[in-house]
Write a protein that binds this ligand. Structure first.
Ligand code: TYM
Length: 332
């Protein structure tokens, strides 16, 4: 079985709809066909300041949501990044094969650091993509299921893996991005020119999966649509309606052309009312399942402990090979 690896940050508490449609939904599907490793990336989270009690709880909330979304610990390996020390260890090695200029070109870093200012930007935020390189290479992943905003980090991973392999001999599998075109970028409901995100979206533009279903329905109903009346997919001229159609189609397993036919001659309001109900039907059981996992933290922690053990077996082997290739003297 080919292998996939991906990660999600625990910082926000609730996942948003972009996280789910862009990434987590694919994770669930891929566990059937792939040897799948999925993690909650708490090491990445501390690149910006975190409250310790909140980080601990948010890490459990993230894991609970992944299980609620359909990850099955019998079918995939689900773990917390800091439970596998090899991530930090390989990240150091990757720091030493990455060019400073190369790291400086990462657009997510440039955007985030520009917003924060140089003195509030940590060196960890700068090397964040290099930790991600280590995450991926440790598991010899063939593919990495993510949204469009992560593409550059996967390209960096390929470049660095190739460089290392060229210099020290075949060591790492070159990973391919696994990005589904339709859901690669889910847009803000109030401003469909920007992606839905915790940091950039206004509260009304962002759907948190753990929010009150009623509040979620309201956000869908007040989503910005476009001038004109026709319900048609046209990302350029009708970005608002197109975003709603993408969400609707994905959550119901309908095709966009079928939806266009279904809503022919109908008003935007009809589409939004129906999609609001689709969302409520999706988030209500999702919240309940998440809460059920959170109500039993011992079982949840046991799932994560078992996941970490499975992950570590793979990660330790890659790290040992890496150290050997580099010429580190064995410890024994
Ligand atoms: P994170 O936590 O920001 O986001 C998790 C996943 O959600 C996707 N995503 C979106 N997809 C579509 N539309 C959107 N509006 C949207 N917003 C977010 C992201 O692309 C991501 O797939 N650096 C990563 C975490 C990470 C990782 C890794 C991923 C750490 N190590 C190794 C893959 C492999 C991140 O911050 O994701």
């Amino acid at each position: 079985r080919p292998r996939v690896l991906s990660g999600i940050q625990p910082t926000a508490g609730s996942f948003h709809l972009g996280n789910y449609l862009g990434a987590v939904r694919q994770w669930v599907a891929l566990q059937e066909s792939h040897d799948a490793f999925y993690m909650v990336v708490d090491l990445h989270a501390i690149t910006v300041p975190q409250d310790p009690a909140e980080l601990r709880q948010n890490t459990r909330i993230a894991a609970a949501q992944l299980l609620a979304a359909g990850l099955d610990p019998e079918r995939c390996t689900l773990f917390v990044q800091s439970h596998v020390p090899e991530h930090a260890q390989l990240a150091w090695v990757m720091n030493c094969v990455t060019g400073f200029g190369e790291a400086s070109r990462m657009t997510q870093f440039k955007d985030k650091s520009a917003k924060q200012g140089a003195d509030r930007t940590t060196v960890g935020l700068f090397t964040y993509p290099i930790l991600q390189v280590a995450d991926i290479l440790l598991y010899q992943a063939d593919a990495v299921p993510v949204g469009e905003d992560q593409r550059q980090h996967i390209e960096l991973t390929r470049d660095i893996a190739e460089r290392f392999n060229g210099r020290y001999g075949e060591t790492y599998t070159l990973p391919a991005p696994y990005i589904l075109k339709e859901t690669a970028k889910i847009y803000d409901l109030q401003d469909p020119s920007i992606k839905m995100s915790k940091s950039a979206s206004s509260p009304k533009g962002l759907i948190n999966l753990l929010d009150e279903p009623k509040a979620t329905a309201k956000k869908i109903k007040s989503a910005v649509t476009d001038t004109g009346t026709e319900i048609r997919f046209d990302a350029e001229n009708k970005p608002g309606v197109s975003n709603l159609l993408t969400i609707y189609a994905t959550l119901t397993g309908t095709s966009v052309p079928d939806l266009e036919r279904q809503y022919e001659g109908k008003m935007y309001g009809a589409l939004k009312t129906d999609l609001a109900q689709v969302m409520v039907d999706f988030v209500t059981p999702f919240r309940d399942r998440t809460q059920a996992y959170l109500d039993d933290p011992e079982t949840l922690d046991a799932v994560l402990a078992k996941g970490a053990e499975k992950a570590r077996a793979v990660a330790a082997e890659t790290l040992a090979t890496t150290y050997d290739r580099l010429g580190f003297l064995p410890a024994k």
